[in-house]
Design a protein around this ligand. Structure first.
Ligand code: AMP
Ligand code: ZN
Length: 438
């Protein structure tokens, strides 16, 4: 039967707060019972003298232990699983820079629930089976590939698994197949647009693009607006993380007033990263997620390291699932320079306010004669190197605004468009070459 509703899963998307919380408690209790099948959690519970029956209310989630990325590494590869391996049908692994990689296992049901979350998101922003969805994510271990693939197929769209890179081919697919929706990391959209321009393709006239799902990396509201203006589309923020499944965990609705995190799938907590105590709504803290529907590998109170805040728990779109602010970045991505805490996204926000600047930038940290410094290289929208005074003046204005935001003055280097590296996956925004003193 055709779904004419505004909602993909009306029975879950439109629950009242009371109904959401009732469902969450039932699912939390079932999850905790199921975790007794995980050697890792069973041991943790025993150490804490905790029994599944101790979880009587939703607030009792705080009695549960936190889980960290280190726990995933320590139990590599299969030590947290709550089902025998023979019930699992896929794994995704992310390579850490240090130590063991992490592994996330999925049963058939887990994959189906994951696809459902992605389909729900894409439906929420108006995509329907008549749409053509192109995915420019890397396929393979990176969950943005298969995650969006199965979600878009579940919705019923014609899906183009273009995979990452090869912009000319990407553009050919967009024009030839009538792609209406594209998933891309925000830093790649700019590159794609530049290649379109260089090849005389006007996205507004020569393509049917109308919706972009952008995510997998932090980006500012200013960056989103640029993307929307460049391509003449609506760009929706998509949050995912492999430990939870991948893309699908949180997504903006048409109101674009924060990301709805699906509370029938997760318990969302925001805690102070030092004290681990909950912070009030509106205050920034670390996002902590508990899975509610996972079979292979439920995770309790997973510390994501992502910093955000609660914006609200109702929305004009009719969904009462919590709305979170765009991620400020991960606590591990925070730059500490001369005692000042800085997130790359703060710098991006300032740069994007200058129409003279293009979208690509790189922050390099160095130690020069015992002093730590920051250099912000940023591409110019157009070259006007013949006008030295104008360049100097622009540089001065950028430095001034950056100082206002980050409280110290970095070096600013204006470079020609296309001269900074572009990664195929998540953008590398910071290079730290500082000397570390023991
Ligand atoms: P991975 O598990 O490799 O896909 O990485 C997940 C991480 O990517 C998250 O914990 C976030 O730090 C980051 N991330 C994913 N989506 C977003 C988004 N929309 N905005 C900001 N950061 C994001
Ligand atoms: Zn909404």
């Amino acid at each position: 039967m055709e779904n004419n509703s505004l909602y993909f899963n009306p029975e879950y998307e439109c629950l009242s707060r009371e109904e959401i919380e009732k469902l969450q408690l039932e699912r939390l209790q079932a999850t905790v019972r199921h975790c007794m099948n995980s050697p890792f959690y069973k041991k943790r519970f025993e150490e804490m003298n905790l029994k599944p029956e101790d979880i009587k209310t939703l607030a009792d989630v705080r009695k549960l232990p936190f889980t960290t990325k280190q726990d995933l590494r320590d139990t590599y590869p299969f030590g947290i699983a709550s089902v025998p391996l023979r019930q699992c049908v896929r794994l995704h692994s992310s390579s850490g820079t240090t130590g063991n990689p992490t592994v996330i296992l999925h049963t058939k049901k887990d994959l189906d629930e994951w696809a459902n979350q992605v389909a729900r998101n894409l439906w929420m922003v108006g995509l329907r089976p008549d749409d053509v969805f192109q995915n420019s994510s890397g396929y393979g271990m990176f969950t943005g590939g298969l995650g969006f693939q199965y979600g878009a197929e579940k919705l019923g769209m014609l899906t183009v698994p273009a995979a990452a890179g090869n912009s000319l081919r990407q553009i050919k697919f967009i024009t030839d197949f009538g792609t209406t929706a594209l998933h891309a990391v925000p830093s790649y959209v700019t590159r794609l647009y530049e290649v379109m321009q260089a090849n005389g393709v006007d996205p507004r006239k020569d393509t049917k693009l109308k919706v972009l799902a952008i995510g997998a990396e932090p980006h500012s509201e200013e960056q989103r607006q640029r993307i929307e203006n460049m391509l003449g589309v609506k760009a929706y923020n998509s949050f995912g993380m492999s430990e939870m499944c991948g893309p699908g965990v949180g997504f903006e609705c048409k109101e674009q007033n924060g990301l709805h995190f699906w509370e029938d799938y997760y318990i969302v907590e925001i805690v102070n990263p030092d004290t681990l105590e909950p912070v009030p709504d509106g205050e920034i803290g670390e996002l902590v997620l508990t899975t509610l529907c996972r079979e292979a590998m439920p995770l309790l109170r997973y510390r994501t390291r992502d910093l955000t805040r609660v914006l609200g728990r109702t929305c004009p779109c009719g969904r009462n699932h919590v709305r979170l602010d765009r991620m400020r970045g991960r606590s591990d991505d925070m730059i500490v320079l001369r005692g000042v805490n800085i997130f790359p996204i703060q710098i991006e926000k300032i740069l994007m306010n200058f129409p003279e600047l293009a979208n690509n930038y790189l922050i390099t940290l160095t130690t020069d004669e015992d002093n730590d410094n920051m250099t912000v290289e940023v591409e110019l929208e157009e070259l006007f190197t013949d006008d030295y005074q104008r360049l100097k003046d622009l540089e001065k204005r950028i430095k001034h605004d950056l100082k206002d935001e980050i409280l110290l003055t970095p070096y600013v280097k204006l470079v020609p468009k296309g001269s900074l590296p572009v990664s195929e996956g998540k953008a590398v925004r910071v290079i730290d070459k500082r000397k570390v003193y023991q």
